[in-house]
Design a protein around this ligand. Structure first.
Ligand code: SF4
Ligand code: SF4
Length: 82
């Protein structure tokens, strides 16, 4: 999964780009729900939120490191239950 650092300027650009609806406004800045973030595996070749973020404050979440197979399994789980 990816995470948003406190450098986020709340520009709202990333939220509509997420195919998994993993990004929401938190108490102060936008946040990514790790259980919903597939790093865009299953949808796109690269993380769409990272592509659009103007201040590059979206980074890999070292507390939620996953390989491609794990991300693909998460994608399949999400799409099966929605
Ligand atoms: Fe959503 Fe993709 Fe960003 Fe994860 S990497 S939060 S799935 S846009
Ligand atoms: Fe924050 Fe970047 Fe998303 Fe804008 S695109 S809300 S700066 S994380």
């Amino acid at each position: 999964a990816l995470r948003i650092t406190d450098e986020c300027i709340n520009c709202d650009v990333c939220e509509p780009q997420c195919p998994n609806h993993a990004i929401t406004m938190g108490l102060e800045i936008y946040e990514i729900e790790p259980s919903l973030c597939t790093e865009c595996v299953g949808h796109f070749d690269e993380p769409q939120c990272q592509v659009v973020c103007p201040v590059e404050c979206i980074v890999f979440d070292l507390d939620h490191e996953e390989d491609h197979d794990m991300l693909l399994a998460k994608y399949q789980h999400i799409t099966a239950t929605t």
